[in-house]
Write a protein that binds this ligand. Structure first.
Ligand SMILES: NC(=O)c1ccc[n+]([C@@H]2O[C@H](COP(=O)([O-])OP(=O)(O)OC[C@H]3O[C@@H](n4cnc5c(N)ncnc54)[C@H](OP(=O)(O)O)[C@@H]3O)[C@@H](O)[C@H]2O)c1
Length: 256
């Protein structure tokens, strides 16, 4: 069976599901029939999304969690294992932005940035694969929501330096590629876990600074969260023998 139908009734975990891209992906997975664990700190946002999606083929399970600590990430995965069982789809999406030049960063901010944008993704991948192995889920799929900032360093004077943020996204690109290589070791046991790095250009969300939106000449030159979610579901819904390893999606004509 191919397409999203094979994931119906199965468990997905989406971090950062309280707004923007994560909220849209969580919504679209629920509409596709999945049981989606939506993770974020703002529980009331998750609860509102769950209420909005009542009556859809799947459901949203709001789980309050802070992925900026390893303990926080572990708590989320333990809750899923205790309450729902194995994970078929993991979308590591939660992140924070940073626009301060590296030399001016507060060390505590650097630590928070790296732990939220990178450590949580790597630990999430580890615990996600552990869950798949424990529950014999051989066709699991991990999507790491990345950025074009994971592929090149650029400077946008209107909003400040993106270097610290881009560093975490570059690290995520490297780790995602490496994870795919490491997962080859599970092939003899029949595991065909797919891994996708999804790299959007600018998207209209709470993360996008107003100054950036103002400097773009046409409104269409910024993506909508729905565009990114469509790309995620394209990767997920591809036939099991097709692995979309890197998917870059930018507004047509984006200057970056
Ligand atoms: N917007 C863009 O232009 C753009 C472009 C390229 C890539 N991206 C990537 O897309 C992904 C989603 O970003 P977005 O644009 O949708 O931003 P957003 O609307 O600000 O959403 C970020 C999400 O991450 C969650 N989050 C942040 N820190 C967290 C923590 N410590 N623990 C748990 N959840 C946390 C937030 O929830 P709470 O605050 O409720 O915890 C929120 O749900 C990110 O990986 C981002 O780097 C965005």
């Amino acid at each position: 069976m191919s397409g999203m139908e094979r994931f119906a009734g199965r468990v997905a975990v989406v971090t950062g599901a309280s707004s923007g891209i994560g909220a849209q992906i969580a919504e679209d997975l629920v509409r596709a029939g999945m049981v989606v664990v939506g993770v974020a700190r703002r529980l009331e946002r998750l609860q509102a999304l769950a209420a909005k999606l009542a009556g859809q083929p799947g459901r949203l399970e709001p789980v309050q969690g802070d992925v900026s600590t390893t303990e926080g990430v572990k708590r989320v995965f333990k809750w899923v294992d205790d309450n729902l069982g194995g994970i078929s789809v993991l979308v590591n999406n939660a992140a924070i932005a940073a626009f301060t030049p590296v030399q001016d960063q507060d060390p505590a901010d650097i630590e928070r940035l790296v732990s939220t944008n990178f450590t949580a993704v790597m630990v999430g991948c580890t615990l996600g694969v552990t869950s798949m192995k424990k529950h014999g889920i051989k066709d699991g799929h991990i999507i790491n929501v990345n950025s074009i900032a994971g592929h090149r360093i650029f400077s946008v004077s209107e909003i400040g330096s993106c270097v610290a943020y881009a560093s975490t996204k570059h690290a995520t690109v490297a780790m995602t590629k490496g994870l795919r290589a490491d997962l080859q070791a599970l092939k003899p046991a029949g595991y065909k876990i797919r891994v996708t790095s999804l790299s959007p250009g600018a998207v209209y969300t709470e993360m996008l600074p107003d100054a950036f939106a103002k400097m773009v000449p046409e409104k269409e030159m910024i993506l909508q969260a729905k565009d990114v979610s469509n790309a995620a579901l394209f990767a997920l819904g591809s036939p099991p023998a097709v692995e979309i390893t890197e998917l870059t999606i930018q507004p047509t004509g984006e200057f970056m």
